[in-house]
Design a binder for this molecule. Structure first.
Ligand code: ATP
Ligand code: MG
Length: 648
């Protein structure tokens, strides 16, 4: 019975469903529903990391033609002579006033003294050469394809900036956005950047209470909102959410009425504004983290360092070549959308495809066909989406040259599927706070599936114990950075700085091998303490994904007789008759023990879908709360589809 229990709680009915379910589960699983939440992870003792993984060479033409051929040379120079390395790249952009120095380590400030503007560099700078080139392709939820040249984006956003000025928005003012991914959102971000105002993009789908909280804590003085957005082909009204969020607040709203061109018409009435040069660390935007581990944090990014950092990564890591089309499946309101859906492609004079609806709507086949039809060369997506595609079987041919994966660990099985079905996988690790990739496997180095790769230029990383002592290769510990790249945040809205004792504490659990490749094992505070061993959630999930019947898996630690036990939630690739599930659960247990070594037998639950953040990450703390009858904490980041049994 235990193994056959399906754990699916409709999120909307959560408060009621949850206590009933928790009681039932606690009875069956013989765990007390009143257990206190586990304390933060103690110092992880030495544990052998699984057997060395086979390195795979990138396709020779990819490596030969990479924009960055001498990775090691670049890495060395970035640390030994940051002035020359980052200064040289930064000089390819337009600055009103050059910087005094590239980096001030005391202030952790990039390009202090320099003045520039992100919109100037995204648009105006390109007009002499690229006015007629398509900067953005937009595909809205009704299937309308828009092609917007650098000239059009420039003129429209400069005029929209005039409208915003007319509404009293000035430099440093925060303006919130509640808009789906698309032209209007892109124009709003660029118009705000242009006048030195600060954009605060909030995910559409955020409920009224969470929206209200973000509007209050971000100090927004205007809201730009759409009255609807498309999800899986359906127009979902947003006006009631916005109106309820704003109840009693004195916050003006600039509406984008779906199905009309009012917003664009209004924009053209503004007086065109010139880009305002601002100090390099002047805030460009506030963006909230995914909320995987708790309440989302408001992260502030600036104009100068961010521009240099994200553009460097798109050219030298993701390898964008002139004339190529870049696409990220990430929504614009997530950092991946900001950095690589919008800013980096425009900083480099490239073309980016923005998609409103789910990438696999109406089907995975439509996704492949869209990539081919629109000539997408480079894709940046999430492991979640790759697992969804893999679940549906073989891919159709696309013209992709490489596939970046970010947001969660890319399990070796999914790495291999991606390589065989889509294109060369490029795993990259970073966080909202860092703005751009910090660890990755560049095209000129062999990849090790399961390992994200090595520190990128500007970044020094270590695995340490809880006191900050560096651990030898192979041992699991906290991933910290000694230095971060130029795209790192300029501040936080409240909350604690990740810098402590000279180290940037990422909150992730990792291990490094002898060659300096890092393996991300999961979140530090989700580590599963089994006896003396410490298991990262990613290790357990990767092991499950090697089983042919497993599409998705989430692992959590639950109180057991001695320390913790592993509990896993499994989504199957194909439905299995109820009566066969206990047998399959036994097989999965045996499979896990074969991969992970001797453990108390894991508990296996089958689920139709897993709870996710809007950025696509498995929300393990909710599974744990459901199972143990605990308070799940802030769920504002929870994807609204959870509970419908969908996994996409
Ligand atoms: P919160 O900080 O609110 O808990 P979050 O950390 O999920 O949310 P993001 O900044 O969107 O918010 O995500 C960063 C985290 O995503 C990293 O700390 C890491 O745990 C995970 N991550 C990102 N890329 C990778 C990767 N390539 N491999 C493994 N994990 C990754
Ligand atoms: Mg985080």
């Amino acid at each position: 019975l235990l193994g056959a229990l399906g754990v699916v709680v409709p999120a909307r009915r959560f408060p009621f469903a949850f206590s009933r379910l928790a009681r039932a589960l606690a009875e069956v699983a013989q765990v007390s529903p009143h257990l206190s939440p586990p304390s933060p992870p103690p110092l992880p003792p030495p544990v052998e990391v699984a057997a060395p993984i086979q390195a795979v060479d990138p396709p020779p033409d990819l490596a030969r033609e990479a924009n960055l051929r001498d990775f090691q040379g670049a890495y060395r120079e970035s640390l030994e002579d940051p002035e020359a390395f980052w200064g040289g790249f930064a000089r390819t952009f337009a600055w009103e006033k050059p910087w005094d120095r590239v980096y001030d380590p005391e202030a952790r400030a990039w390009f202090p003294g320099g003045r520039t503007n992100a919109a100037l560099n995204a648009l105006d700078r390109h007009l002499p050469e690229r006015a007629q080139q398509v900067a953005l392709l937009t595909l809205d939820g009704e299937g309308n394809l828009g092609k917007w040249t650098y000239r059009e984006l420039h003129d429209l956003s400069a005029r929209l900036a005039g409208v915003l000025r007319g509404l009293g928005v000035g430099p440093g003012d925060r303006v919130a956005l509640y808009l789906p991914t698309g032209l209007e959102a892109a124009l709003s971000l660029l118009a705000l950047a242009r006048i030195g105002a600060v954009h605060v993009a909030l995910p559409v789908g955020l409920g009224p209470e969470a929206l209200r909280q973000r509007l209050l804590t971000s100090g927004a003085r205007l809201l730009i909102a759409a009255d609807g957005h498309y999800r899986r082909g359906q127009l979902v009204p947003l006006r009631p959410v916005v109106e309820s969020a704003l109840f009693g607040l004195d916050l003006p709203v600039l509406w984008h009425a779906r199905g009309t061109t009012e917003f664009l018409e209004r924009a053209t009435e503004g007086k065109p504004q010139e880009p305002l040069p601002v100090p390099a660390s002047h805030p460009l935007f506030v963006l909230y983290t995914s909320g995987s581990t708790g309440t989302p944090k408001g992260v502030v990014h600036g104009h100068g360092g961010y521009m240099v950092g994200v553009a460097w990564a798109l050219r030298h890591l993701f390898d964008l070549k002139p004339g190529e089309v870049f696409h990220t499946t990430a929504d614009l309101f997530w950092v991946v959308g900001h950095s690589f859906g919008l800013y980096a492609p425009l900083f480099l004079g490239g073309t980016s495809l923005l998609l409103e609806d789910r990438p696999d709507h109406p089907s995975p086949a439509a996704f492949y066909e869209r990539l081919r039809r629109l000539g997408v060369d480079l894709l940046l997506t999430s492991p979640t989406f790759l697992r969804t595609l893999r679940r549906h079987g073989e891919a159709r041919p696309t013209g992709l040259r490489l596939v970046g994966s970010v947001g969660e660990a890319l399990a070796p099985e999914v790495w291999t599927w991606t390589r065989e079905n889509l294109a060369w996988p490029l795993d990259n690790w970073w966080q909202t706070e860092l703005g751009a990739p910090a660890l990755a496997t560049p095209l000129t180095l062999p990849a090790k599936p399961g390992y994200v790769g090595v520190p990128l230029p500007g970044v020094e990383a270590r695995v340490v114990d809880g006191a900050g002592n560096v651990l030898p290769p192979g041992e699991k510990g906290h991933l910290v950075l000694l230095r971060a790249g130029p795209a790192q945040m300029v501040g936080l809205l409240g909350g604690e700085s990740p810098w402590r004792g000279g180290l940037y504490w990422t909150g992730d659990l990792a291990a490094m091998d002898e060659e300096g490749y890092f393996r991300i094992l999961g979140r530090g505070d989700e580590v599963i303490k089994v006896g003396d061993a410490r298991l990262g959630t990613a290790e357990v999930e990767a092991a499950l994904l090697t089983h042919p019947q497993v599409a998705e898996a989430a692992a959590i630690g639950v109180p057991g007789e001695e320390g913790e036990e592993v509990a896993v939630f499994v989504v199957l690739r194909k439905e299995v008759p109820e009566e066969l599930k206990p047998l399959l659960a036994e097989k999965l247990k045996a499979h896990l023990l074969r991969h992970l070594g001797p453990l108390p037998p894991p508990r296996v639950f089958f689920a139709e879908g897993l709870p996710r953040t809007r950025s696509g990450k498995i929300l393990r703390r909710l599974l744990k709360a459901e199972l143990l009858g605990m308070d799940p904490g802030d769920l504002s980041g929870l994807e609204e589809e959870y509970g419908g049994g969908k996994t996409a």
